[in-house]
Ligand binder design. Structure first.
Ligand code: FAD
Length: 406
């Protein structure tokens, strides 16, 4: 069975690895001319079951070695004393197994675990798909034409496969009320392995260190009453929007914005979810952010992508040649997980970006106090809390087959 996967970031390489182990022939097409690996990009999280999947892939040691090592945060506000939060204790309270890693590093490790057993095509993209019931004819932008038994979109929030098979993004997109910008810059504030965050009503600015490069990432999250209109391809327009939003902010923001112009890895997007009811159509399916993005930076999308890519491969293998039933089974198994993950974003947005002066006053102390409690007590509190309930239910979906499936 030949499977074409669009997208080589997180879900794509995990899916390719497991498909090969289950006897499929995976091909991955990635739009960028080379792997988007390295030390740019943002930090992402793997929690319990997702970490377990990477252990089974033999990747865990490399992932653990590449962790960001950021274990503390100072939360600052105008006119108030800074509050220190022990992040390592907080993560231990949420999950028994957690790693924070730069997405580029994670991609490199997952690529290494699939590069010898999957065909990788860089610098190309799917131009058209034609599913005739017994296979899918694919035309690539390069003009190449090939036929596959199955095509899976693992191409992220703005998925190309989803657009081709399910239609335009707009009706499937649920805006969560905010925006997110991230870029790299020199460590001008000597942040080191630490996070500096500044909170105000409807805004959060964070700076965290990247130990491998000695640089920092600056992150800006903000809420707006209405959606902003901008061209998603026009970085200059997005930079101007960010400057407009934060030009009078104060704190360390003016120095951060001085590095905006020269930032090569500037990222800007709305914080939005993808809310499809089904993730397959005939022989075309979706996995990870392409199918059910829970919201960048606020939804645990990386863990979701790893777990669901594994489940997809497993269920396709279990269904043998009956791909339709494999896709159906995949959907049935991941649906509760996807539903839960959709609840995280709105809740987390309300917590990490204070929505009122009262929330601004209480949030840092609540975070610091929680992190100081014994782990067992933190776990109990998380289990009672709406965000914790959704997070732990993402953590607790345990893949059910043994690793010896090759
Ligand atoms: C700023 C930011 C911060 C984040 N922070 C966190 C966090 O703290 N914790 C967390 O768990 N998650 C976080 N996320 C979310 C996380 O990055 C995603 O959930 C995760 O990467 C999803 O993986 P994916 O493989 O499904 O999609 P993606 O990582 O989006 O990968 C999609 C891939 O498809 C490729 N592609 C796109 N179009 C095409 C095409 N036409 N043809 C071929 N290939 C294509 C892209 O180049 C990319 O390689 C964050 C996201 C952002 C943007």
């Amino acid at each position: 069975m030949k499977v074409l996967i669009s997208g080589a970031s997180v879900a794509g390489p995990v899916l390719a690895h497991w498909l090969h182990r289950y006897g499929f022939e995976p091909t991955i097409v990635e739009r960028t001319p080379e792997l988007r690996h390295g030390l740019g990009g943002h930090a992402v999280d793997l929690f319990s079951s997702a970490a377990e999947v990477t252990r089974w892939m033999g990747c865990w040691d490399a992932i653990d070695a590449a962790r960001t090592r950021i274990d503390s945060m100072t939360m600052e506000r105008f006119g108030r004393r800074p509050v220190e939060v022990d992040l390592s204790r907080m993560y231990a309270g949420i999950s028994s197994s957690h790693v924070e890693i730069l997405r580029g590093e994670l991609t490199r490790i997952l690529y290494d675990a699939s590069r010898d057993t999957a065909e990788y095509i860089f610098g190309d993209s799917i131009a058209s798909l034609s599913d005739d019931g017994s296979g899918v004819d694919v035309t690539f932008d390069s003009g190449t034409q090939r036929r596959f038994d199955l095509v899976i979109g693992a191409d992220g929030l703005h998925s190309n496969v989803r657009r081709l098979a399910f239609g335009p993004e707009e009706p499937l997109r649920r805006w969560l009320g905010g925006y997110l910008a991230v870029f790299s810059m020199p460590d001008i504030f000597d942040v080191g392995n630490h996070t500096l965050a500044h909170l105000s009503v409807d805004k959060l600015v964070g700076i965290y260190g990247v130990h491998q490069t000695g640089q920092t990432r600056s992150g800006f999250l903000f809420r707006t009453p209405h959606e902003l209109r901008y061209d998603y391809r026009d970085k200059d327009e997005q930079k101007a929007l960010l400057v407009k939003e934060f030009s009078n902010y104060g704190w360390r923001v003016p120095q951060l914005l001085e590095h905006l112009e020269s930032a090569e890895d500037f990222y800007f997007d709305s914080i939005a979810q993808i809310t499809l009811d089904t993730w397959s159509k005939g022989r075309i399916g979706l996995v990870g952010d392409a199918g059910y993005c829970p919201g960048p930076a606020v939804g645990g999308g990386t863990s979701l992508a790893v777990m669901t890519a594994y489940v997809l491969a497993r269920e396709l293998a279990a269904a043998r040649s009956d791909l339709a039933s494999g896709l159906k089974s995949y959907e049935r198994i991941i649906r509760p997980l996807v539903d839960q993950s959709r609840r995280i974003g709105p809740k987390l947005m309300g917590t990490i970006i204070p929505g009122s002066p009262l929330a601004l006053r209480l949030m840092p102390f609540a975070a610091a106090t929680l992190a100081k409690l014994p782990t067992a007590m933190q776990r109990f509190i998380w289990s009672q809390n709406a965000v914790g309930k959704t997070l732990s239910s993402v953590n607790l979906v345990q893949p059910q087959v043994s690793q010896s499936v090759a």
